[in-house]
Write a protein that binds this ligand. Structure first.
Ligand SMILES: Cc1cc2nc3c(=O)[nH]c(=O)nc-3n(C[C@H](O)[C@H](O)[C@H](O)COP(=O)(O)O)c2cc1C
Length: 210
């Protein structure tokens, strides 16, 4: 079995974290870079991630996540929130940063700009929000794999009330809506789930090879 697959067996959605063992700043930076380098539709990255260490803030958020203990026992809580303002201004800024980072005139990105304007910018608000949320999930998946690679535990979570998180973190004023969470930390030795076998569809059920 490849080492990568071994790490994916090692990882599990950790319910019980060891509150005494903290993820180092260096490892956190690596994991955040994995989020930053994630692929997204047109490269627009229509989301932001709120990285919360402050125990008081996490304690305030916990009831809005059905009091799941991971929220406060892990080292970090990450809130994935998609942008609700993907509009012409957002796209213009994106094209400008392409031009600056790649050191090419903006005209070279006209084709990309047209494609975005003729697709994303024509979406209804609902469709655009669903599209933006999907991009955030790609980053979440990438983070989970990166965490497994470093043998850092995570618990991805949808079990929370987005409206309450948005209120408590003042996300609406930043044109953001929370969509998914993950905690990062180290498993507690007595979390029995770590020894359970993975329950997954069989290859036959999951894959169609043509
Ligand atoms: C988008 C998403 C939301 C999830 N929400 C929660 C949650 O709120 N609480 C929780 O304990 N686990 C949550 N999980 C963990 C899943 O239950 C877990 O990943 C799944 O059962 C497979 O098990 P494994 O990840 O341990 O291999 C979530 C996972 C994903 C990907």
């Amino acid at each position: 079995m490849s080492n990568y697959i071994k790490k994916l067996h090692w990882r599990y959605a950790t319910k019980k974290f060891n509150p005494e063992k903290e993820v180092s700043e260096e490892d956190l930076e690596t994991l955040l870079e994995a989020i930053r380098l994630s692929a997204s539709s047109y490269g627009l990255q229509p989301y932001e991630v709120i990285v919360i260490k402050d125990p008081e803030v996490r304690a305030k958020l916990k009831p809005a996540a059905f009091s799941q203990p991971q929220i406060t026992d892990a080292s970090y809580l990450l809130v994935f929130a998609y942008n609700t303002n993907v509009d012409q201004d957002y796209v213009d800024k994106f094209i400008k940063s392409n031009s600056e980072i790649r050191n090419k005139p903006e005209e070279e990105f006209e084709g990309l700009k047209d494609m975005i304007e003729n697709s994303v910018l024509t979406f209804s608000e609902d469709k655009k929000e669903a599209w933006a949320a999907r991009q955030a999930y790609i980053a979440l998946g990438n983070l989970l794999s990166a965490a497994a690679h470093l043998e850092i535990d995570a618990c991805p979570m949808e079990g929370f009330k987005p409206d309450e998180f948005d209120e408590l973190l003042d996300l609406r004023s930043k044109n953001l809506k929370s969509v998914a969470l993950t905690t990062l930390g180290y498993r507690s030795e007595d979390d029995e789930l770590q020894d359970e076998k993975k329950v997954r569809k069989s290859k036959e059920e999951l894959f169609t090879r043509i």
